[in-house]
Design a protein. Structure first.
Ligand code: NAD
Length: 487
């Protein structure tokens, strides 16, 4: 037997302690070589004043064991509390969210009995950077950040995952027909990395049609890799399509630490009744065992679990005409899985982790970290100044701005919510109190930063309420900013 691996375990809130106890019981019976170290997270910690739901001392265990099996927690209502999941993902750099979505027909009712795919969602960037501002009376903003190293890590992880797990195809989903720079980068990096994996088929879909196809033809997909927000939505759609969100596990993987959990929450409505289905957490523990190199125990548990499901061992929410007479409680269910250790399912396909290779992690010893980009020749060619001005017309604003524009710069275009309204705007265009005013070099020569300072100073003197600026640069001669719609 391999040496016991210390893992950090949190029993969580609501049904968390019940399903964790059931899960650990199965792991122990299957001979998983682990030593759990328990930490407290969740509601009690929030209410004790830790705004992220975790006590400072718990980090020490996580950073030491580097493996976290987490039961769901209850997030208290109220704006003072931060999401524990987001805090853990970002603090520990868990950049890859891996969610297998598998149907278990006919035992779990589903429209798609043959569904078997994995969604790999970028976990740290995109609109989840949490950088939001109210800029005017009418306008609020959330910043979408996509980085090249972030794209490289998640896309490489998706290909390495496919290779290690014998998956044949990786589909990238973005909205790069609209977000040409941010989602465009994600797609571009996908196209750059794909040729390094010639045995794997690749495909790109715009997220809207991709999501529609996923809902109607999940058989088209094998591994899907996508930025954070799309992945969040897509993975819930996919889990729901399998017929039960209650069975789905997920892994959050980083260079140093990995966290494994069920996708469902703490189910306060059934907490304490002993009837919750421990399957999502148990299958997350199976992913954890594969991750720590205990494929044999993982396979035994997973096949015993499949055998139990097809024998009609079902918790209350799965109960149907295919179930053995009574619904199983959480612990009875765990015992029924334990009774089947060593069995393989007869009707559903058994799993095999024997051939599963370690997923090489970008940044680990097995694979170098994304290369630093060579520094591009950057030239400052203008500035977008965002202005708060209510009850004005584009022409009036343009005249006011032109009157105070210092030499060396010229006002090129004004947009409202991205649409050009000056010069030559349409009276039909709806305008808010938030104007993006683009000033560019009047000589076509690069600008010194002092030109921008002179502009801002002139605007301030004129009493213009500027709320934000964005520099306009070229990188090795290529435009580093989008043109306005209609420009
Ligand atoms: P939920 O997933 O807890 O429950 C939704 C429904 O599914 C409920 O009817 C519940 O009884 C049922 N359900 C969930 N898990 C089940 C299981 N294992 N067996 C049988 N039935 C199950 O979602 P919710 O009610 O929206 O959220 C409850 C709490 O959980 C909230 O505080 C939320 O913030 C938190 N939450 C935590 C996590 C996490 O820790 N990862 C994830 C989602 C929600």
């Amino acid at each position: 037997m391999s040496q016991a691996v210390p893992i950090t375990v949190a029993k969580g809130d609501g049904i968390g302690p019940e399903i964790m106890e059931a899960t650990l019981r199965v792991l122990e019976a299957a001979g998983a070589a682990i030593t759990p170290e328990f930490i407290e997270i969740g509601e009690k910690q929030y209410l004790a004043g830790h705004t992220s739901g975790i006590a400072p001392e718990a980090w020490e265990s996580l950073r030491r064991t580097k493996v976290f099996l987490k039961a769901p927690i209850t997030t208290p209502q109220g704006s003072g509390f931060k999401s524990l999941n987001v805090t853990i993902r970002k603090t520990l750099g868990l950049y890859a969210n891996v969610r297998p979505c598998v149907s278990y027909a006919p035992y779990v009712k589903t429209l798609h009995p043959k569904m078997d795919l994995v969604i790999i969602r970028e976990n740290e960037e995109d609109l989840y950077a949490g950088i939001e501002h109210r800029q005017t009376d009418e306008v609020f903003q959330c910043l979408k950040l996509i980085t090249r190293p972030g794209c490289e890590k998640i896309i490489r992880y998706a290909f390495e995952y496919a290779r290690a797990n014998g998956r044949k195809k990786v589909t990238c989903m973005t909205k790069d027909n609209i977000m040409k720079m941010t989602d465009g980068l994600f797609h571009k990096v996908f196209d750059e990395i794909a040729p390094e994996y010639p045995e794997i088929q690749t495909d790109h879909m715009i997220i809207d049609i991709g999501a529609a196809r996923l809902a109607t033809r999940p058989d088209l997909f094998d591994v899907i890799v996508t930025p954070n927000l799309y992945g969040d939505i897509l993975s819930d759609i996919a889990a729901e399509l399998t017929g039960s969100v209650g069975l789905a596990p997920s892994a959050n993987i980083g260079e140093h630490v990995a966290m494994f959990e069920a996708i469902h929450g703490s189910a306060p409505d059934i907490a304490g009744k002993g009837i919750a289905n421990p399957s999502g957490l148990l299958l997350a523990a199976v992913m954890m065992l594969v991750h720590i190199g205990q494929a044999e125990a993982a396979e035994r548990i997973h096949n015993a679990w499949l055998s139990a499901i097809e024998d009609g061992v079902h918790t209350a929410e799965l109960h149907s005409h295919l179930s053995i007479a009574r619904p199983f409680g959480s612990m009875d269910f765990a015992d029924a899985v334990i009774d089947r250790l060593g069995n393989v399912p007869q009707k559903m396909k058994p799993v095999s982790y024997a051939q599963t290779r370690e997923v090489k992690m970008p940044g680990s010893a097995a694979m170098s970290a994304p290369k630093a980009q060579p520094t591009a020749q950057k030239a400052l060619v203008g500035i977008d100044v965002f202005i708060h001005a209510a009850h004005t017309r584009p022409e009036t604003l343009a005249d006011q701005l032109k009157a105070c524009t210092p030499s060396g710069l010229e006002l090129q275009v004004i947009t409202n919510r991205g649409v050009k309204v000056w010069p030559g705007g349409f009276p039909e265009t709806f305008c808010t109190d938030h104007w993006r005013c683009r000033f560019v070099s009047s000589t076509n020569e690069p600008l010194p930063h002092t030109a921008l300072v002179a502009l801002m100073s002139a605007l301030a003197t004129e009493g213009i309420d500027f709320i934000k600026t964005e520099n306009l640069c070229t990188f090795d001669g290529a435009r580093g900013f989008a043109l306005a719609q209609g420009q």
